[in-house]
Design a protein around this ligand. Structure first.
Ligand SMILES: [Mg+2]
Length: 364
């Protein structure tokens, strides 16, 4: 694939490099406005109140397939993906704007009605006011759904990715890998039996952003990011933005109980946790003095909060501590926008974590 050139700017077709290039391109305008622009989970607009704004686009064939999701699932996933970015700023959602490109064929009208009614219902549930947008015919037959969401920071917010300091605890809400397993189960048409399989598929089809954790994290976290591309890719993003390196203990990573139950080999469990993506949990950096207090506060609302590592000097970067206490280079993996074939459809990561083993699911 050719590299794009925008004026004097070279944009590599790696998602991180592309975002960095876009940030450079548009930074002067953001500065002039007094805004935090490209490169965080959401932009921050000055004013009273300060507002955070995010936009997420889902493309048929790239991010979703109709044999794996219903239109209602898609509506919920699209909204939750945006809600997760709002939570990752330590904010609460406010208003949404929709962009829909929809194919015109025999089933599409009904599917669109199902999508929009699902969205309306879910937006009410999440207290989001849909205020506008645009709908067009998708000439190539592939649907697109974009949602722009605004939010208002909780007290102590907004929390950027860049506030972490060496010595900060890295901690994650909930558990990881469930959504990636759910996608694999659906994509490989594995017969779905038992509660763990149902849990994994539900995490993929109907994710839940950690909005409830945002007020506590807004007050106490120095840096926040949501895990949409997987810990493998998102942890380095937070660390880099904070000018830090990090060390994460593989044994400390909270693996989704469905992954523990259905995936036999520990290395493969870890791979789901690192590269599964779309778990929509939050990764926080905070002073070690605050961790226990925050964990207890989150526990009251039923959210697990697990310390998995620490931020450190930038030279000490991307090291994974294995269970024997040894260190490995950080396996930076997860969704990548331009990594062919699309991870979301193929569901076979190229890199393995731990020992190489055959891909078999042990279903109990
Ligand atoms: Mg995000």
């Amino acid at each position: 694939v050719e590299n794009l050139t925008v004026s004097r700017l070279r944009l590599d077709l790696d998602e991180n490099a592309l975002v960095a290039g876009l940030a450079r391109l548009f930074e002067p305008a953001a500065k002039q406005l007094g805004a935090l622009g490209i490169g965080d989970d959401a932009a921050v607009l000055p004013g009273r109140p300060v507002r955070v704004v995010t936009l997420d686009l889902l493309a048929e064939g790239e991010h979703f397939r109709w044999d794996l999701l219903t239109p209602r699932d898609l509506a919920i996933r699209a909204l939750e993906a945006n809600l997760s970015d709002i939570a990752a700023m330590g904010a609460r959602p406010e208003a949404a704007f929709l962009a829909v490109a929809w194919p015109v064929d025999r089933n599409s009208r009904r599917a669109l009605a199902e999508l929009l009614s699902g969205l309306a219902q879910h937006a009410r549930r999440r207290r989001v006011a849909v205020l506008g947008g645009d709908t067009v015919r998708a000439a190539n037959g592939h649907a697109l759904l974009g949602i722009c969401l605004t939010g208002i920071p909780h007290a102590g917010g907004p929390v950027p990715r860049s506030g972490g300091r060496p010595g900060d605890v890295l901690a994650v809400t909930g558990s990881l890998g469930g959504a990636g397993l759910g996608l694999d189960l659906l994509a490989h048409r594995t017969p779905l039996r038992g509660a763990p399989a149902a849990r994994a598929v539900r995490r993929f089809r109907r994710p839940t952003a950690q909005l409830g954790a945002a007020p506590v994290l807004a007050r106490h976290a120095r840096a926040l990011i949501d895990l949409s591309d997987g810990l493998g890719r998102d942890a380095p993003r937070l660390a880099r933005a904070s000018g830090c390196g990090f060390e994460i203990s593989a044994a400390a990573i909270p693996i989704d109980p469905a992954v523990r139950s259905l995936v036999g080999e520990p290395g493969r469990q870890l791979r789901y946790a690192l590269s599964g993506g779309e778990d929509f949990e939050l990764l926080a950096a905070m002073s070690p003095k605050k961790f226990t207090f925050v964990r207890n506060e989150l526990k009251k609302s039923g959210v697990a909060f697990t310390a998995i590592g620490t931020l450190c000097h930038p030279a000490h970067i991307y090291l994974l501590v294995d269970e024997a206490g040894g260190r490995q280079p950080w396996p930076e993996q997860g969704w990548d926008l331009f990594e062919p074939p699309p991870r979301r459809l193929d569901a076979r990561p190229k890199t393995r974590v731990g020992k190489s083993t055959p891909r078999t699911l042990h279903t109990r």
